[in-house]
Design a protein around this ligand. Structure first.
Ligand code: HSE
Length: 348
């Protein structure tokens, strides 16, 4: 059976969830035709660890907060990201560091180093995809490897791969979605009379929010996802700066409750639409939707996207858009795509 060696870059919630799956559920991967071996981990807090024979995952997952890899064979208290990404015996680099919405760094460099050294990259990080997705995909092709990023939009709910593979033969004219679980949860809580601040605190406690929740509330998280959808599914070549963005910070509990009384619900909607001249217009903003709209009934932290297609009309997919296990599943689906590529079957 094929074994893929993994280097985990970032050892926070998502990569820890992937490591737990590797530790607890090897049958899941064997049934897919491969085994996974974690040979390297780098992390700002823990440092770096490279063990070509495979890291004892149970042991590193049990390490307390504040510990480092220093003193372990192949361990260091320093992340040594560049050296580990380029030189470790990994086949696949799993990039799950924090999202930088402005420069995409350091994740963009992590991805470049991996691809240039002939390693596949799977990532949940929106920054590199939204800011440099087209260039990084080209770099992967030049190096004969894959750059996969299903989890950059709607975590493990496979909207990118679904649309790219299963909508073959359809023309997608536009996409419209609820693409941020935190803001949708917050708007729902405001319908019960909670203030925006109280609702954001709840969303943080539940683990939906970004490290800086202003990215969720002011729309910049959705802006990155809209840029990715526009480029991936509508063939645009835009950056997040091209996406006109307004958040939900101006919406009051009164607005939300009044809309509910009128049979409407406020939602933060991200959309990208092909214009008559072929260009793509992309925006993020709060919209008061009538109950009949396919996105009006999407509640809590759930995300959904409606694809406007020429032959099927509107097709809507809903599912989780956040969560550590849900996002780790996106990495699993990306590794399956790498495996298909390696084994010469369908190019994902
Ligand atoms: N903070 C994001 C959300 C997580 O609430 O949807 C995934 O980008």
């Amino acid at each position: 059976m094929t074994t893929y060696n993994l280097a985990l870059v970032g050892f926070g919630g998502v990569n820890r969830a992937l490591a737990e799956l590797v530790r607890d559920d090897p049958d899941r991967f064997e049934s897919l035709g491969f085994q996974l071996k974690i040979v390297a981990i780098t992390d700002l807090a823990f440092g770096s660890l490279v063990q070509a024979d495979g890291i004892d995952i149970a042991a590193v997952l049990a390490m307390p907060r504040g510990a480092t890899f220093e003193g372990l064979p192949g361990g260091s208290k320093d992340p040594r990201n560049q050296e580990v990404i380029k030189s470790s015996p990994a086949d696949i680099v799993v990039e799950a560091t924090f999202t930088n919405p402005t420069t995409g760094e350091p994740a963009v460099s992590h991805v470049r180093w991996a691809l240039e050294s002939g390693k596949h990259v799977v990532t949940t990080n929106k920054g590199p995809v939204a800011l440099h997705g087209i260039e990084l995909t080209r770099l992967a092709e030049e190096n004969g490897v894959r750059f996969e990023y299903e989890g950059s939009v709607m975590s493990g709910t496979p909207v990118l791969r679904l649309a790219k593979k299963m909508f073959a033969g359809l023309q997608i004219e536009g996409v419209q979605g609820i693409l941020n679980g935190t803001s949708n949860y917050v708007l729902g809580q405001m319908e019960t009379g909670l203030s925006l601040d109280q609702a954001v605190a709840d969303a943080q406690a539940l683990g939906y929010a970004e490290a800086d929740p202003t990215a969720d509330i002011e729309g910049s998280d959705v802006r990155l996802k809209v840029a990715i959808l526009a480029n991936e599914l509508l063939g645009a070549d835009i950056t997040p700066q091209d996406v006109t963005t307004t958040g939900i910070q101006g919406i009051t509990p009164d607005d939300v409750v009044r809309a509910l009384g009128d049979g409407k619900r406020w939602k933060l909607i991200g959309q990208a639409v092909r214009e008559a001249d072929g260009s793509v217009a992309a925006s993020v903003g709060p919209v008061s939707l009538p109950a009949s709209h396919p996105l009006a009934g999407i509640s809590g932290a759930t995300n959904a996207v409606s694809f406007d297609t020429d032959l099927l009309g509107s097709v809507t997919v809903s599912g989780p858009g956040a969560g550590r296990i849900e996002t780790a599943y996106a990495l699993v689906s990306d590794i399956v795509a790498v495996d298909s590529f390696e084994k010469g079957s369908i190019r994902a």
